[in-house]
Design a protein around this ligand. Structure first.
Ligand code: URA
Length: 442
Protein backbone atom coordinates (compact mmCIF):
# COMPACT_ATOMS: atom_id res chain seq x y z
CA UNK A 1 0.00 0.00 0.00
CA UNK A 2 1.25 3.54 -0.73
CA UNK A 3 0.20 6.76 1.03
CA UNK A 4 -0.35 8.51 -2.30
CA UNK A 5 -2.91 5.87 -3.38
CA UNK A 6 -4.91 6.44 -0.18
CA UNK A 7 -4.84 10.22 -0.80
CA UNK A 8 -5.92 9.81 -4.44
CA UNK A 9 -8.73 7.43 -3.49
CA UNK A 10 -10.14 9.95 -1.01
CA UNK A 11 -9.55 12.85 -3.40
CA UNK A 12 -11.70 10.98 -5.93
CA UNK A 13 -14.51 10.58 -3.43
CA UNK A 14 -14.19 6.88 -2.68
CA UNK A 15 -14.68 5.19 0.66
CA UNK A 16 -11.47 4.11 2.42
CA UNK A 17 -11.28 0.66 3.99
CA UNK A 18 -10.31 0.13 7.64
CA UNK A 19 -6.95 -1.28 6.44
CA UNK A 20 -6.26 1.87 4.42
CA UNK A 21 -7.14 4.15 7.35
CA UNK A 22 -5.03 2.09 9.79
CA UNK A 23 -2.15 2.10 7.30
CA UNK A 24 -2.34 5.87 6.85
CA UNK A 25 -2.70 6.88 10.52
CA UNK A 26 -0.21 4.20 11.66
CA UNK A 27 2.34 5.36 9.10
CA UNK A 28 1.81 9.00 10.03
CA UNK A 29 2.25 8.19 13.75
CA UNK A 30 5.53 6.39 13.07
CA UNK A 31 6.78 9.27 10.91
CA UNK A 32 6.74 7.10 7.75
CA UNK A 33 4.06 9.24 6.13
CA UNK A 34 5.09 12.86 5.78
CA UNK A 35 3.31 15.96 7.03
CA UNK A 36 2.63 17.11 3.45
CA UNK A 37 0.92 13.83 2.60
CA UNK A 38 -1.16 13.93 5.80
CA UNK A 39 -2.12 17.54 4.98
CA UNK A 40 -3.17 16.61 1.44
CA UNK A 41 -5.22 13.73 2.83
CA UNK A 42 -6.92 16.03 5.37
CA UNK A 43 -7.84 18.41 2.52
CA UNK A 44 -9.26 15.49 0.52
CA UNK A 45 -11.38 14.54 3.56
CA UNK A 46 -12.53 18.15 3.94
CA UNK A 47 -13.86 18.18 0.36
CA UNK A 48 -15.07 14.59 0.02
CA UNK A 49 -16.20 13.81 3.57
CA UNK A 50 -16.23 10.39 5.19
CA UNK A 51 -18.92 7.81 5.82
CA UNK A 52 -19.82 7.14 9.47
CA UNK A 53 -17.95 3.83 9.19
CA UNK A 54 -14.79 5.54 7.95
CA UNK A 55 -15.09 8.12 10.76
CA UNK A 56 -15.40 5.33 13.34
CA UNK A 57 -12.35 3.56 11.89
CA UNK A 58 -10.43 6.83 11.94
CA UNK A 59 -11.40 7.38 15.59
CA UNK A 60 -10.12 3.91 16.49
CA UNK A 61 -6.91 4.40 14.52
CA UNK A 62 -6.27 7.68 16.41
CA UNK A 63 -6.93 5.93 19.75
CA UNK A 64 -4.57 3.08 18.77
CA UNK A 65 -1.78 5.59 18.13
CA UNK A 66 -1.22 5.99 21.88
CA UNK A 67 -2.04 4.87 25.41
CA UNK A 68 -5.47 4.38 27.00
CA UNK A 69 -6.58 5.15 30.49
CA UNK A 70 -8.74 2.47 32.08
CA UNK A 71 -10.87 3.78 34.92
CA UNK A 72 -12.94 0.63 35.48
CA UNK A 73 -12.43 -0.36 39.09
CA UNK A 74 -11.44 3.22 39.96
CA UNK A 75 -14.92 4.80 39.63
CA UNK A 76 -18.36 3.19 39.15
CA UNK A 77 -18.76 5.06 35.86
CA UNK A 78 -16.22 7.36 34.22
CA UNK A 79 -18.08 10.55 33.26
CA UNK A 80 -16.62 13.31 31.15
CA UNK A 81 -17.68 16.45 29.34
CA UNK A 82 -16.27 18.22 26.34
CA UNK A 83 -16.86 21.64 24.87
CA UNK A 84 -15.99 22.27 21.23
CA UNK A 85 -14.59 25.61 22.40
CA UNK A 86 -16.03 29.03 22.99
CA UNK A 87 -15.48 32.48 24.46
CA UNK A 88 -15.95 32.89 28.22
CA UNK A 89 -16.49 29.14 28.53
CA UNK A 90 -15.52 28.31 32.12
CA UNK A 91 -18.19 25.62 32.41
CA UNK A 92 -15.88 22.80 33.55
CA UNK A 93 -14.79 24.82 36.60
CA UNK A 94 -18.38 24.76 37.86
CA UNK A 95 -19.83 21.56 36.41
CA UNK A 96 -17.13 19.23 37.67
CA UNK A 97 -17.45 20.28 41.34
CA UNK A 98 -21.26 20.08 41.02
CA UNK A 99 -21.09 16.50 39.73
CA UNK A 100 -18.52 15.48 42.36
CA UNK A 101 -20.66 17.12 45.07
CA UNK A 102 -23.53 14.88 43.88
CA UNK A 103 -21.26 11.91 44.70
CA UNK A 104 -20.35 11.11 41.11
CA UNK A 105 -16.54 11.07 40.88
CA UNK A 106 -15.24 12.95 37.84
CA UNK A 107 -11.64 12.97 36.65
CA UNK A 108 -10.89 15.12 33.65
CA UNK A 109 -8.04 16.05 31.39
CA UNK A 110 -8.42 19.48 29.84
CA UNK A 111 -6.66 21.52 27.21
CA UNK A 112 -5.05 24.91 26.75
CA UNK A 113 -6.40 27.86 24.79
CA UNK A 114 -6.89 27.32 21.07
CA UNK A 115 -7.12 30.32 18.70
CA UNK A 116 -9.69 32.83 20.05
CA UNK A 117 -11.22 30.30 22.47
CA UNK A 118 -10.02 29.98 26.06
CA UNK A 119 -8.60 26.85 27.67
CA UNK A 120 -9.55 25.42 31.06
CA UNK A 121 -5.91 24.73 31.97
CA UNK A 122 -4.89 28.36 31.48
CA UNK A 123 -7.77 29.48 33.68
CA UNK A 124 -6.75 27.07 36.44
CA UNK A 125 -3.16 28.20 36.26
CA UNK A 126 -4.18 31.68 37.30
CA UNK A 127 -4.44 30.05 40.75
CA UNK A 128 -0.80 30.05 41.84
CA UNK A 129 0.72 26.65 42.51
CA UNK A 130 -2.08 24.69 40.79
CA UNK A 131 -0.52 21.64 39.15
CA UNK A 132 -1.71 20.53 35.71
CA UNK A 133 0.88 17.77 35.27
CA UNK A 134 -0.41 14.96 37.49
CA UNK A 135 0.96 11.50 36.70
CA UNK A 136 -1.51 8.73 35.89
CA UNK A 137 -1.05 7.30 39.38
CA UNK A 138 -1.64 10.70 40.98
CA UNK A 139 -4.74 11.10 38.81
CA UNK A 140 -6.15 7.76 39.96
CA UNK A 141 -5.21 8.26 43.64
CA UNK A 142 -6.81 11.72 43.79
CA UNK A 143 -9.93 10.55 41.97
CA UNK A 144 -10.36 7.79 44.55
CA UNK A 145 -9.61 10.12 47.47
CA UNK A 146 -11.64 13.26 46.75
CA UNK A 147 -13.73 12.33 43.69
CA UNK A 148 -12.39 14.97 41.32
CA UNK A 149 -9.29 15.69 39.30
CA UNK A 150 -8.75 18.41 36.70
CA UNK A 151 -5.38 18.25 35.02
CA UNK A 152 -3.57 18.40 31.68
CA UNK A 153 -3.00 15.50 29.39
CA UNK A 154 0.13 13.75 30.66
CA UNK A 155 -0.58 10.33 29.21
CA UNK A 156 0.22 9.89 25.56
CA UNK A 157 -3.47 9.89 24.52
CA UNK A 158 -4.25 9.78 20.79
CA UNK A 159 -0.89 11.39 19.83
CA UNK A 160 -1.72 11.07 16.12
CA UNK A 161 -4.63 13.44 16.73
CA UNK A 162 -2.30 16.06 18.25
CA UNK A 163 0.07 15.81 15.28
CA UNK A 164 -2.76 15.87 12.73
CA UNK A 165 -4.48 18.78 14.50
CA UNK A 166 -1.28 20.88 14.25
CA UNK A 167 -1.27 20.31 10.49
CA UNK A 168 -5.00 21.01 10.15
CA UNK A 169 -4.57 24.22 12.08
CA UNK A 170 -2.18 25.62 9.46
CA UNK A 171 -3.69 24.08 6.31
CA UNK A 172 -7.28 25.28 6.61
CA UNK A 173 -8.62 21.79 7.34
CA UNK A 174 -9.87 22.14 10.93
CA UNK A 175 -13.45 22.50 9.72
CA UNK A 176 -13.89 18.97 8.30
CA UNK A 177 -16.72 17.45 10.36
CA UNK A 178 -15.39 13.82 10.33
CA UNK A 179 -11.96 15.09 11.39
CA UNK A 180 -13.38 17.15 14.28
CA UNK A 181 -15.63 14.27 15.43
CA UNK A 182 -12.83 11.69 15.37
CA UNK A 183 -10.40 14.14 16.99
CA UNK A 184 -12.69 14.86 19.94
CA UNK A 185 -14.04 11.34 20.42
CA UNK A 186 -10.62 9.66 20.16
CA UNK A 187 -9.33 11.77 23.07
CA UNK A 188 -12.43 11.17 25.21
CA UNK A 189 -12.46 7.41 24.57
CA UNK A 190 -8.70 7.08 25.09
CA UNK A 191 -9.15 8.89 28.43
CA UNK A 192 -11.48 6.08 29.53
CA UNK A 193 -14.81 7.96 29.38
CA UNK A 194 -17.92 5.78 29.62
CA UNK A 195 -20.51 8.57 29.69
CA UNK A 196 -19.93 11.89 27.92
CA UNK A 197 -21.84 15.16 27.60
CA UNK A 198 -20.71 17.05 24.52
CA UNK A 199 -21.26 20.79 24.48
CA UNK A 200 -21.29 21.64 20.79
CA UNK A 201 -21.04 25.39 20.37
CA UNK A 202 -22.58 27.18 17.44
CA UNK A 203 -22.38 30.81 16.39
CA UNK A 204 -20.05 33.75 15.85
CA UNK A 205 -17.58 32.62 18.53
CA UNK A 206 -17.52 28.92 17.65
CA UNK A 207 -15.83 26.77 15.03
CA UNK A 208 -19.33 25.90 13.75
CA UNK A 209 -21.35 28.87 12.52
CA UNK A 210 -24.48 27.08 11.35
CA UNK A 211 -26.88 25.03 13.47
CA UNK A 212 -27.19 22.35 10.77
CA UNK A 213 -23.41 21.89 10.74
CA UNK A 214 -23.31 21.70 14.53
CA UNK A 215 -26.11 19.10 14.55
CA UNK A 216 -24.27 17.04 11.92
CA UNK A 217 -21.15 17.08 14.10
CA UNK A 218 -23.15 16.26 17.23
CA UNK A 219 -24.93 13.31 15.56
CA UNK A 220 -21.68 11.89 14.31
CA UNK A 221 -20.07 12.07 17.76
CA UNK A 222 -23.14 10.57 19.42
CA UNK A 223 -23.06 7.69 16.89
CA UNK A 224 -19.34 7.10 17.47
CA UNK A 225 -20.03 6.97 21.20
CA UNK A 226 -22.89 4.53 20.71
CA UNK A 227 -20.81 2.21 18.48
CA UNK A 228 -18.05 2.33 21.12
CA UNK A 229 -20.63 1.24 23.73
CA UNK A 230 -20.69 4.57 25.63
CA UNK A 231 -23.55 6.78 26.77
CA UNK A 232 -23.27 10.12 24.98
CA UNK A 233 -25.50 13.19 24.80
CA UNK A 234 -24.70 16.28 22.75
CA UNK A 235 -26.16 19.72 23.45
CA UNK A 236 -26.09 22.38 20.76
CA UNK A 237 -25.47 25.61 22.64
CA UNK A 238 -25.28 29.25 21.64
CA UNK A 239 -21.89 30.88 21.16
CA UNK A 240 -22.88 34.08 19.37
CA UNK A 241 -22.15 36.13 22.50
CA UNK A 242 -19.67 35.11 25.24
CA UNK A 243 -20.90 32.84 28.02
CA UNK A 244 -21.34 34.88 31.21
CA UNK A 245 -19.66 38.29 31.34
CA UNK A 246 -15.97 37.58 31.97
CA UNK A 247 -13.46 36.67 29.25
CA UNK A 248 -9.86 36.13 30.40
CA UNK A 249 -8.29 33.61 32.73
CA UNK A 250 -8.39 34.97 36.32
CA UNK A 251 -11.51 37.00 35.49
CA UNK A 252 -13.27 33.79 34.48
CA UNK A 253 -12.08 31.94 37.60
CA UNK A 254 -13.58 34.76 39.67
CA UNK A 255 -16.89 34.43 37.81
CA UNK A 256 -16.82 30.64 38.23
CA UNK A 257 -16.25 31.08 41.98
CA UNK A 258 -19.24 33.43 42.21
CA UNK A 259 -21.32 30.84 40.37
CA UNK A 260 -20.11 28.08 42.70
CA UNK A 261 -21.47 30.23 45.52
CA UNK A 262 -24.90 30.16 43.90
CA UNK A 263 -24.51 33.64 42.39
CA UNK A 264 -22.89 34.52 39.04
CA UNK A 265 -24.43 35.40 35.66
CA UNK A 266 -27.83 33.84 35.01
CA UNK A 267 -26.96 32.53 31.52
CA UNK A 268 -23.76 30.88 32.71
CA UNK A 269 -25.37 29.34 35.78
CA UNK A 270 -28.24 27.93 33.69
CA UNK A 271 -25.75 26.56 31.19
CA UNK A 272 -23.83 24.76 33.94
CA UNK A 273 -27.02 23.34 35.51
CA UNK A 274 -28.10 21.91 32.16
CA UNK A 275 -24.74 20.25 31.44
CA UNK A 276 -24.46 18.94 35.00
CA UNK A 277 -28.08 17.72 34.87
CA UNK A 278 -27.35 15.62 31.78
CA UNK A 279 -24.16 14.25 33.34
CA UNK A 280 -26.14 13.17 36.41
CA UNK A 281 -28.62 11.33 34.17
CA UNK A 282 -25.85 9.52 32.28
CA UNK A 283 -24.25 8.56 35.59
CA UNK A 284 -27.55 7.15 36.85
CA UNK A 285 -27.86 9.74 39.63
CA UNK A 286 -30.99 11.40 38.14
CA UNK A 287 -33.86 10.05 36.07
CA UNK A 288 -34.69 13.16 34.13
CA UNK A 289 -33.25 16.55 33.36
CA UNK A 290 -35.35 18.53 35.85
CA UNK A 291 -34.23 16.23 38.67
CA UNK A 292 -30.59 16.49 37.55
CA UNK A 293 -30.79 20.29 37.46
CA UNK A 294 -32.50 20.41 40.85
CA UNK A 295 -29.78 18.29 42.46
CA UNK A 296 -27.14 20.48 40.80
CA UNK A 297 -28.76 23.67 42.07
CA UNK A 298 -28.95 22.23 45.60
CA UNK A 299 -25.19 21.61 45.76
CA UNK A 300 -24.52 25.11 44.44
CA UNK A 301 -26.79 26.65 47.04
CA UNK A 302 -25.70 24.56 50.02
CA UNK A 303 -22.00 25.23 49.39
CA UNK A 304 -20.91 21.63 48.75
CA UNK A 305 -19.94 22.30 45.12
CA UNK A 306 -17.81 25.26 46.24
CA UNK A 307 -16.21 23.06 48.91
CA UNK A 308 -15.40 20.44 46.23
CA UNK A 309 -13.64 23.07 44.10
CA UNK A 310 -11.67 24.15 47.18
CA UNK A 311 -10.64 20.52 47.78
CA UNK A 312 -9.60 20.20 44.15
CA UNK A 313 -7.37 23.28 44.31
CA UNK A 314 -5.83 22.13 47.60
CA UNK A 315 -5.21 18.59 46.32
CA UNK A 316 -3.44 19.92 43.22
CA UNK A 317 -1.17 22.29 45.11
CA UNK A 318 -3.05 25.53 44.37
CA UNK A 319 -3.28 28.42 46.82
CA UNK A 320 -6.72 28.09 48.46
CA UNK A 321 -6.44 31.64 49.78
CA UNK A 322 -7.22 32.75 46.23
CA UNK A 323 -10.37 30.64 46.25
CA UNK A 324 -11.46 32.05 49.59
CA UNK A 325 -10.61 35.59 48.58
CA UNK A 326 -10.74 36.01 44.77
CA UNK A 327 -9.53 39.63 45.07
CA UNK A 328 -6.10 38.01 45.55
CA UNK A 329 -6.21 36.44 42.06
CA UNK A 330 -3.91 38.10 39.47
CA UNK A 331 -5.27 41.57 38.74
CA UNK A 332 -4.43 43.86 35.81
CA UNK A 333 -2.73 47.18 36.46
CA UNK A 334 -5.10 49.06 34.12
CA UNK A 335 -8.87 48.68 34.45
CA UNK A 336 -10.85 50.94 32.14
CA UNK A 337 -14.63 51.13 32.13
CA UNK A 338 -16.04 52.08 28.75
CA UNK A 339 -19.42 53.78 28.46
CA UNK A 340 -21.97 53.09 25.79
CA UNK A 341 -21.80 55.61 22.92
CA UNK A 342 -25.45 54.92 22.03
CA UNK A 343 -28.72 53.95 23.58
CA UNK A 344 -30.80 51.02 22.43
CA UNK A 345 -31.33 47.29 22.69
CA UNK A 346 -28.17 45.21 22.33
CA UNK A 347 -28.47 43.34 19.05
CA UNK A 348 -25.09 41.61 18.96
CA UNK A 349 -21.99 41.12 21.12
CA UNK A 350 -19.73 39.39 18.61
CA UNK A 351 -18.15 36.58 20.61
CA UNK A 352 -15.20 35.96 18.30
CA UNK A 353 -14.24 39.65 18.39
CA UNK A 354 -14.38 39.66 22.19
CA UNK A 355 -12.24 36.50 22.27
CA UNK A 356 -9.71 38.04 19.88
CA UNK A 357 -9.58 41.26 21.94
CA UNK A 358 -8.83 39.28 25.10
CA UNK A 359 -6.19 37.35 23.19
CA UNK A 360 -4.53 40.57 21.97
CA UNK A 361 -4.42 41.83 25.56
CA UNK A 362 -2.39 38.70 26.34
CA UNK A 363 -5.04 36.27 27.67
CA UNK A 364 -4.39 33.74 24.89
CA UNK A 365 -1.58 32.59 22.65
CA UNK A 366 -0.67 33.75 19.15
CA UNK A 367 1.39 30.59 18.82
CA UNK A 368 2.09 27.46 20.84
CA UNK A 369 4.42 28.11 23.78
CA UNK A 370 3.61 31.85 24.13
CA UNK A 371 3.25 33.04 27.74
CA UNK A 372 -0.26 33.88 28.96
CA UNK A 373 -1.14 36.92 31.05
CA UNK A 374 -3.63 35.54 33.58
CA UNK A 375 -4.88 38.93 34.74
CA UNK A 376 -6.05 40.52 31.48
CA UNK A 377 -9.33 40.31 29.60
CA UNK A 378 -12.72 41.85 29.06
CA UNK A 379 -15.69 42.06 31.42
CA UNK A 380 -18.97 42.73 29.65
CA UNK A 381 -21.80 44.48 31.45
CA UNK A 382 -24.75 43.34 29.34
CA UNK A 383 -26.22 40.51 27.30
CA UNK A 384 -27.93 40.57 23.90
CA UNK A 385 -31.51 41.85 24.34
CA UNK A 386 -30.64 44.23 27.24
CA UNK A 387 -31.63 47.88 27.02
CA UNK A 388 -28.55 50.14 27.40
CA UNK A 389 -28.59 53.89 27.98
CA UNK A 390 -26.08 56.23 26.37
CA UNK A 391 -23.24 56.79 28.86
CA UNK A 392 -24.03 53.64 30.83
CA UNK A 393 -21.10 51.25 31.50
CA UNK A 394 -20.82 48.85 28.55
CA UNK A 395 -17.67 46.84 29.39
CA UNK A 396 -14.34 46.89 31.21
CA UNK A 397 -10.92 46.34 29.67
CA UNK A 398 -8.35 44.77 32.03
CA UNK A 399 -4.85 45.33 30.63
CA UNK A 400 -1.25 45.30 31.72
CA UNK A 401 0.09 47.30 28.76
CA UNK A 402 -1.26 50.77 28.01
CA UNK A 403 -0.39 50.37 24.29
CA UNK A 404 -2.68 47.35 23.97
CA UNK A 405 -5.62 49.05 25.62
CA UNK A 406 -6.75 51.36 22.80
CA UNK A 407 -7.00 48.59 20.22
CA UNK A 408 -9.03 46.42 22.58
CA UNK A 409 -11.42 49.26 23.44
CA UNK A 410 -12.08 49.93 19.76
CA UNK A 411 -12.50 46.30 18.88
CA UNK A 412 -14.88 45.53 21.77
CA UNK A 413 -16.91 48.68 21.04
CA UNK A 414 -17.25 47.60 17.41
CA UNK A 415 -18.31 44.14 18.58
CA UNK A 416 -21.43 45.66 20.18
CA UNK A 417 -24.31 46.63 17.93
CA UNK A 418 -27.58 48.29 18.88
CA UNK A 419 -31.16 48.32 17.73
CA UNK A 420 -33.99 50.79 18.33
CA UNK A 421 -36.56 47.99 18.37
CA UNK A 422 -36.81 45.32 21.01
CA UNK A 423 -34.42 42.36 20.64
CA UNK A 424 -35.10 38.96 22.20
CA UNK A 425 -32.43 37.39 24.41
CA UNK A 426 -30.44 34.66 22.64
CA UNK A 427 -31.46 31.06 23.32
CA UNK A 428 -29.01 29.17 25.51
CA UNK A 429 -29.51 25.81 23.78
CA UNK A 430 -30.86 24.95 20.33
CA UNK A 431 -31.14 21.19 20.39
CA UNK A 432 -30.28 18.02 22.30
CA UNK A 433 -28.89 15.15 20.26
CA UNK A 434 -29.37 11.70 21.80
CA UNK A 435 -29.00 8.30 20.19
CA UNK A 436 -32.33 6.46 19.88
CA UNK A 437 -30.93 3.71 22.09
CA UNK A 438 -30.07 6.20 24.86
CA UNK A 439 -33.53 7.78 24.57
CA UNK A 440 -35.14 4.41 25.24
CA UNK A 441 -33.23 4.13 28.53
CA UNK A 442 -34.88 7.30 29.83
N1 URA B 1 -11.38 20.39 19.10
C1 URA B 1 -10.69 19.23 18.97
O1 URA B 1 -10.29 18.60 19.94
N2 URA B 1 -10.45 18.78 17.72
C2 URA B 1 -10.87 19.40 16.62
O2 URA B 1 -10.64 18.91 15.53
C3 URA B 1 -11.60 20.61 16.77
C4 URA B 1 -11.84 21.09 18.03
Amino acid sequence: MRAVDVIVKKRDGQELSKEEIDFFIGGFTRGEISDYQASAWAMAVLFQGMTPRETMDLTNALIESGERLDLTGVVPIAVDKHSTGGVGDKTTLVVQPIVAACNIPMGKMSGKALAFTGGTLDKLQSISGYRIDLSTQEFIDQLKKIGLVLTGQTLNLAPADGALYSLRDVTGTVKAVPLIASSIMSKKLAAGAQAIVLDVKVGLGAFMQEILEAVELAKLMVDIGYIAGKRVVALISDMNQPLGYAVGNALEVKEALETLKGEGPVDFKEHCLEIAGHLLILAGRAKELEEGKKLSLEVLENGTAFEKFRQLVQAQGGDVNLVDDPSKLPMASIIETISSPLKGYLKEIHAREIGLSAMELGAGREKKGDAVDYAVGIVLKHKVGDWVDEGEALFEVHANHRDRCGGAVERVLAAHSFSKSKISPLPRFYQTVIHAHEEKKR
